[in-house]
Design a protein around this ligand. Structure first.
Ligand SMILES: [Zn+2]
Length: 281
């Protein structure tokens, strides 16, 4: 008997936060995609779904876009405006991720703040072109800093993650917060790696692959929710990038596979997952 008690005690100790969240059986998942619209966006959009009773159910997501993507020749512009149009018409949320995505600007925080303002001007023009003025109002309420996992979400304590890869400049996030933005970081990241050998083999300058398998990613997300390792309990913000799936359809297909496995594994844990844009966070 004492051996069993010891084993039970060890199992409890293994749980990372020491407690687990029940969440009333429901988890909210917020998929976010940064740095687009770019090659890959279209394939992301095509894979935001799951099947239920023989029907395809769309999954909403949030796209943090950069103004520099709206430069170039007419063909490039037309293509990117087409992707923006798809994001809008398919009900996704679009947020501000600065024009240049230049982390050097953190050296002079005023420059970075100005770059967010400049992105407002760029995107206002683009939204007007799409006849989506009301969406622009949502755009100026949702921001994410380039390369920094910082949070300024109404009612929650500010957070600037130590894991951030660039020196922290909390004044940028705080300034955006004072200007009416909610600044969103992320709780889990689906990383992308550049496979140099594959790039060479395919005659490309780079070749991105999602690092974690869909199954590993689904488990990471559910484990983080269960252990409460998220900014808000029972909700998780997942980050990845449009361009990680640009080199092959098999990479893009991992997104719908992830969504399928996430629902399946959640069910096996007695949970349900629902998908939302950050307008519902
Ligand atoms: Zn980014």
């Amino acid at each position: 008997m004492s051996i069993l008690l010891t084993a039970a005690a060890c199992r409890t100790a293994d749980t990372q936060s020491g407690t687990t969240l029940n969440c009333g059986g429901a988890y909210e998942v917020y998929l976010t995609f940064d740095d687009g619209p770019a090659a890959g966006t279209d394939d992301v959009l095509a894979n935001l779904y799951y099947e239920e009773s023989g029907q395809c159910i769309s999954v909403p997501a949030t796209f943090f876009v950069c103004g520099y993507r709206f430069r170039g020749d007419q063909a490039t512009l037309d293509e990117r405006r087409g992707w923006l149009n798809s994001m809008l018409s398919e009900g996704h949320l679009i947020g501000n991720h600065s024009v240049e995505h230049d982390k050097q600007m953190y050296g002079e925080p005023d420059l970075m703040i100005q770059d967010f303002k400049d992105n407002e001007a760029t995107m206002q023009e683009e939204f007007e072109r799409q006849k989506a003025g009301s969406t622009y109002e949502e755009f100026v309420r949702h921001a994410r800093l380039p390369t920094q996992n910082a949070w300024r979400v109404d009612g929650l304590a500010p957070r600037d993650d130590a894991a951030t890869v660039w020196p922290k400049h909390p004044e940028v996030a705080s300034d955006l917060d004072q200007r009416g933005y909610e600044v969103f970081g992320w709780d889990a990241e689906w990383f992308g790696d550049n496979n140099a050998a594959k790039a060479q083999e395919n005659g490309q300058s780079d070749w991105f692959e999602l690092r974690q398998s869909p199954s590993v990613m689904a488990t990471e997300v559910l484990d983080a929710l269960k252990a409460g390792r998220t900014m808000k309990p029972c909700k998780i913000v997942v980050l990845t990038h449009d361009h990680y799936v640009r080199n092959s359809r098999s990479q893009a297909a991992k997104l719908s596979e992830f969504i399928r496995l996430l629902r399946e594994e959640a069910t096996s844990r007695g949970k349900q997952v629902t998908f939302h844009t950050l307008r519902d966070y």
